[in-house]
Design a protein around this ligand. Structure first.
Ligand code: PGA
Length: 235
């Protein structure tokens, strides 16, 4: 199966013009052994010209329309060609207080609408310092609560240890493989991605393992040459 490389632009770049340029750069990437998904901020979704990449959103609301000021619904995203949605990113859990219950509502709504869900899970440094067993217990709770009431959901899980995100300190690939297998033992058939300081220099360390189905890339996805380096690793 192809590796799934997801670009999470987060709240970047700072203008529509810069986003257009970034989309144009991404449009030049050639990939045959990987699928590329680009997740820009909502206001830039309509600027994308997805050809060699698919389009994803960074969040979603659980209702499909109505009086929910500031929220964005699945049908709106789909009308712009969005196929994927990131749910439960640790930055949303941290900065807007998203709980596992909220994550669960969003996952249900997105799956019901036919979107491909990228559910983010991962422990903080304090937990990881206690070891892999503690980290697995943490991830297990996020999976159980985030996927409550769902029977055999078909989805993508991004394992993103919080301490590895944006820190320049990626996980140890051996531990990532162990966690990927654990996640698959909990969510059978899930495609498991790794995220956290992935760049062109370390991508191979993760992507060479069959247990790791791809990467969720933040910072390095904003620099076309870096992102290209990650894709080249797979190709
Ligand atoms: P990073 O972010 O690649 O900048 O560490 C990854 C993510 O948060 O998805």
């Amino acid at each position: 199966m192809k590796k799934l490389i997801v670009a999470n632009w987060k709240m970047n770049p700072d203008s529509a013009q810069a986003a257009k340029q970034l989309f144009a750069d991404m449009g030049k990437l050639k990939a045959s052994k990987s699928e590329i998904v680009i997740c820009p901020p909502f206001p830039y979704l309509h600027l994308a010209k997805p050809k060699n990449y698919a389009l994803g959103a960074q969040d979603i609301f659980w209702e499909s329309k109505g009086a929910f000021t500031g929220e964005v619904a699945a049908p709106m995203l789909q009308s712009l060609g969005v196929q994927y949605v990131i749910i439960g990113h640790s930055e949303r859990r941290k900065w807007v207080g998203e709980t596992d219950e909220v994550v669960n509502r969003k996952v249900k709504a997105a799956l019901a609408a036919g979107l491909k869900v990228i559910l983010c899970v991962g422990e903080d440094a304090e937990v990881r310092d206690k070891g892999m067993t503690a980290a697995k217990r943490f991830v297990d709770k996020e999976l159980r609560e985030g996927l409550a009431d769902l029977k055999n959901p078909s989805l993508i899980v991004a394992y993103e240890p919080i301490w590895a995100i944006g820190s320049g300190r990626a996980d140890n690939p051996t531990d990532t493989v162990e966690m990927a297998e654990f996640i698959r033992s909990r969510v059978s058939g899930a495609r498991v991605l790794y995220g956290g300081s992935v760049n062109s220099g370390n991508a191979k360390d993760f992507l060479q393992h069959p247990e790791i189905d791809g990467a969720l890339v933040g910072g390095a996805s904003l620099r076309a040459y870096e992102f290209k380096g990650i894709i080249t690793t797979v190709e």
